[in-house]
Design a protein around this ligand. Structure first.
Ligand code: ADP
Ligand code: MG
Length: 649
């Protein structure tokens, strides 16, 4: 190409392209999702800038995505994916498509090369392979682009990036056709011989519905051809645009191929099937019988593929589970399905009404415990009147313990060009945070509660597995919601089951005035249940919470009692059973008699062990073990001492 600059791909890109081309054949459908996702990103960037700088909108009227498949005269089958987004300058074409700017992609590379290729399909979902997935289906790819107008770039020109699947180089050159796009980017895929299925509009529709209908709020139009019976007297040239009146003014401004338009059915049309022919003949005959002279004419149509309103705007009753799941996966780039979700509308209290969906992912982000700042609510997507504003509300969006929850919020009554500073000052964020937190907790309670018809034991099991420790952290950290979060926690007991604090109290023995627990980090619950501290309680049929997580003891020390019943460490003095047969006076007397009786032994023990214990007393807590070392009521337990020592060393 004249005036073309030739570049070598950065070496990482060359490696990536090889992996894409060689090993992802069975996942090649993803190319369309990736290209639509890029188109959406480009449109979002444009829309955001346009809020403060109107000139970027010049060049093309609409903000949309158009897809067209076409068989060219040279016999090649091509797929065009075009957007009227921010576009790229020639420098950006080189920079963005010729180098790996994104760390996520390099991470993908490392993983893809170290795992066998059967797993890479999931990796694509997780990292997003982006533009290079074009080469899964195309021998040759052209990216034609015109950047949006700006002060720096008042006369943007149309450039082409061109690369073939087996080259290690690419070219960038000024488009000899001049500026045909106005603004934005068009990806041209020259389809491989074995990828011709993608010229089929049926196939494209299916893919968009499956993977992309939720990934953009901009309209996606697909070029299709329909055969219509037209009275012969009437002019046969006809252009219809999409199905609804609303969609009509958003119709794409793509040049129409008028000549092809008027071709009749008699000529060879690869896209028209035989069955269809039959139908047309029948229609023709019917019209003939009625005395109307008609002729089949191929009519171009831009079909609006994602014409449904976004799912958060719909009535929850009309949204299927599968739609929620696909929306979640597309929006939050998770290849696992969410465990649960909650779709609601609300009012911030300061006059901002909004709609929201809360999603509970299948697992905690790996970084949650090690680097809480990294994960702090990056996944609250704020929209204003359907327009995406930001997914970076930072720490203001959710309490820290809940930073793993994924949320979409669409506010009705905020200005479109709202900034983060404005959000903070108009109280909206603070109110939103508290409302969403309330709904998160409600959702969790709904699933966990045994009385709720929507409760789901299996699901709760999964949620509990993934988030039990988060609830402890929440109860420690979030004073306002302490009770509600604490009541979600499940604890193992000496009776082999797991229980909540409420259930524990319900099942406690008559007269029992304490919640018994034994804490030792790192021990298994099995070890704990065999402890001598537990044995007497176990023999008498008491439940003892077995705590072996570092957060457990901190939690217990923080909340101190539950529904006014204090926690009691069974390894500490102060244990009261409450079910003693003897009356307390009698018991006390008995204790005195015993103390008197065993005085010589106690004194001998005190002398022998005086260095390591504070006191030696007669106990009624043991069944089979002759003695036990316990912590003072107000002293640290062995467990906490372990933690303190670990921190000091
Ligand atoms: P990612 O989208 O994750 O950044 P991609 O490989 O999909 O990675 O795209 C690489 C870059 O190329 C994008 O970050 C963007 O800067 C640019 N790009 C790709 N497609 C378009 C497009 N349609 N319009 C504008 N820029 C684009
Ligand atoms: Mg991308």
């Amino acid at each position: 190409q004249e005036g073309a600059q030739k570049f070598d791909y950065q070496s990482d890109v060359a490696r990536l392209r090889k992996i894409v081309i060689n090993s992802l054949y069975s996942h090649r459908d993803v190319f369309l999702r990736e290209l639509i996702s890029n188109a959406n990103d480009a449109l979002e960037k444009l829309r955001l800038i346009s809020l403060t700088d109107k000139q970027v909108l010049e060049g093309a009227e609409q903000m949309n995505i158009t897809i067209k498949s076409w068989k060219e005269e040279d016999g090649s089958s091509r797929l065009y994916i075009r957007d009227t987004g921010i576009g790229m300058t020639p420098e950006e074409l080189t920079e963005n498509l010729g180098t790996l700017a994104k760390s996520g992609t390099s991470e993908f590379l490392a993983k893809a090369e170290s795992t066998d290729t059967t797993g890479t399909g999931n990796l694509i979902g997780a990292f997003g392979l982006g533009f290079y997935s074009s080469f899964l289906v195309a021998d040759q790819v052209y990216v034609t682009s015109v950047a949006a107008k700006s002060d720096k770039n008042p006369n943007p020109e149309q450039y082409v990036f061109s690369s073939s699947a087996d080259d290690s180089t690419f070219e960038v050159y000024p488009d000899p056709r001049g500026n045909t796009l106005g603004r934005g980017t068009e990806i041209t895929l020259v389809l491989k011989d074995d990828a011709l299925e993608y010229v089929d509009t049926q196939k494209v529709t299916e893919l968009v519905n499956k993977h992309s209908s939720f990934s953009t709020s901009f309209p996606i139009y697909l070029f299709t051809q329909r055969t219509e019976m037209v009275p012969i007297e009437e002019p046969q040239e006809e252009k219809t645009v999409t199905e609804t009146a609303e969609a009509e003014d958003e119709s794409p401004s793509v040049p129409e191929e008028k000549e092809e338009l008027e071709e009749s059915l008699d000529e060879e049309q690869p896209t028209v099937e035989e069955a269809f022919d039959d139908m047309m003949q029948k229609l023709e005959k019917e019209d003939e019988e009625k005395g109307i002279k008609t002729k089949p004419v191929i009519v171009d149509e831009w079909v609006h593929l994602n014409s449904q309103p976004p799912i958060w705007m719909r009535d929850p009753k009309t949204v299927t589970d599968e739609e929620y799941e696909r929306f979640y996966q597309a929006t939050f780039k998770d290849y696992e399905k969410p465990l649960s979700w909650h779709h609601f509308s609300g009012d911030s209290g300061s006059g901002v009404s909004f709609r929201a969906i809360i999603f509970i992912p299948s697992k905690l982000n790996d970084e949650y415990w090690t680097n809480p700042l990294l994960t702090s609510a990056k996944d609250v997507r704020l929209m204003v009147k359907r327009v995406f504003i930001t997914n970076d509300l930072g720490e203001d969006a959710l309490p820290k313990w809940a930073s793993w929850v994924k949320v979409v919020v669409d506010a009705e009554d905020l200005p479109l060009n709202v900034s983060r500073e404005m959000l903070q000052s108009n109280k909206f964020l603070r109110q939103l945070k508290s409302i969403i937190t309330k709904h998160i907790i409600q959702t969790l309670h709904r699933i966990s509660s045994e009385d709720d018809p929507e409760a789901d034991e299996d699901k709760w099991e999964q949620i509990s597995q993934a988030y039990n420790n988060v609830f402890k952290l929440g109860a420690i950290e979030d004073r306002k919601n302490r009770e509600k979060l604490a009541s979600l926690i499940r604890f193992h007991t000496n009776q082999g089951n797991s229980t909540t604090l409420d259930k524990y109290l319900e099942e406690r023995k008559k007269g029992q005035k304490q919640i018994f627990y034994l804490a030792d980090i790192g021990k298994t619950t099995d070890d704990l249940s065999k402890s001598i501290f537990v044995e007497k309680l176990h023999a008498r049929g008491y439940q003892v919470l077995l705590l072996n997580d570092p957060l457990d003891e901190i939690f217990v020390q923080n909340i101190k009692n539950w529904k006014k019943i204090p926690f009691q460490d069974v390894a500490k003095a102060g244990l009261k059973f409450g079910d003693e047969d003897a009356d307390p006076e009698e018991e006390k007397e008995r204790q005195q008699v015993l103390t008197e009786q065993y005085k010589p032994l106690l004194e001998w023990l005190k002398k022998e062990a005086g260095e390591i214990v504070r006191d030696v007393v007669i106990s009624n807590r043991l069944v089979t073990s002759p003695c036990a070392i316990v912590a003072d009521t107000h002293g640290y337990t062995a467990n906490v001492e372990k933690m303190i020592n670990a921190q000091q060393s």
